[in-house]
Ligand binder design. Structure first.
Ligand code: FPP
Length: 240
């Protein structure tokens, strides 16, 4: 006998997070498991960036912020830093046409001052090419550190405002993410349970999700599962 319901019950409208941020961790371990150099893990990580960016668009996520290079990542061996910067160049050069075509608005957050001038020029040109787009935002955090972001915001506000004028809204308006929707969901892959100086202010009321999947294995299905988990969370913002 069929167990199908006699009356079709419409699925409840699933809550889709407007803004998802991801700490893409585990590239090195992914490579190690395969006896490959760390570079291979980062390269596979870029493939995951492409997959997940497309999946986020398909799910209707308005903004996706990816932690590509932290202000602490300069501590890695010179060769690995160069590899990561090289992969970023390849990504920007190779994927910008698709981003333009797909109506994506590219943003880059973080401190540009330490980046190579040619990379900054490339990033600026890519961001400019998508500036007239109206679709989802892809924000790449590059030489980003939340504490430095907050300190810079505080410095700018102190130059302009009296102490009593500095409130939460004034600080928000100075953050690199000021044009993005509020952060709803922050995911970290690879089983580590840390925020590692990523979006510390913005994460105040975000749902946090730590998954064991290594970043190069993260795919559309994993993002869908994360969004479904978000939909099951009850957000109370300090209320009952
Ligand atoms: C963490 O893995 C990952 C990074 C520090 C870099 C993330 C960068 C990419 C995925 C590629 C570039 C991004 C874009 C947007 C093109 P890990 O090396 O710390 O891994 P481990 O903890 O297993 O060693």
């Amino acid at each position: 006998m069929s167990t199908a319901p006699l009356v079709a019950v419409p699925a409840a409208a699933a809550a889709v997070p407007r803004h998802v941020a991801i700490i893409m961790d585990g590239n090195g371990r992914w490579a190690k498991q395969r006896h490959l150099p760390r570079f291979a893990g980062h390269k596979a990580g870029v493939d995951a960036v492409r997959r997940v960016t497309r999946a986020a668009r398909a799910l209707g996520i308005e903004a996706l912020t990816l932690y590509a290079f932290s202000s602490e990542n300069w501590r890695r061996p010179e060769e690995e830093v160069a590899d990561l910067m090289g992969l970023l160049r390849i990504f920007i050069r190779g994927d910008i046409d698709e981003l333009v075509r797909e109506n994506v608005r590219l943003r880059v957050i973080g401190d540009h001052s330490r980046l190579a001038p040619d990379l900054v020029a490339m990033v600026d040109a890519a961001v400019a090419r998508t500036a007239a787009n109206t679709g989802p935002i892809l924000a790449i955090a590059l030489n980003y550190g939340a504490q430095a972001e907050l300190a810079a915001a505080a410095r700018r506000l102190a130059e302009r405002l009296a102490p009593h004028e500095i409130d939460e809204a004034a600080i928000e308006a100075e953050l690199d993410t000021r044009d993005l929707p509020p952060l709803d969901l922050l995911i970290r892959t690879s089983g580590e349970h840390r925020l590692s100086n990523f979006l510390l202010w913005q994460a105040a009321y975000a749902e946090l999700l730590f998954v064991d999947t290594l970043w190069p294995d993260f795919d559309a299905e994993a993002l869908g599962a994360a969004v479904a988990a978000f939909g099951r969370r009850q957000r109370r913002y300090g209320g009952l």
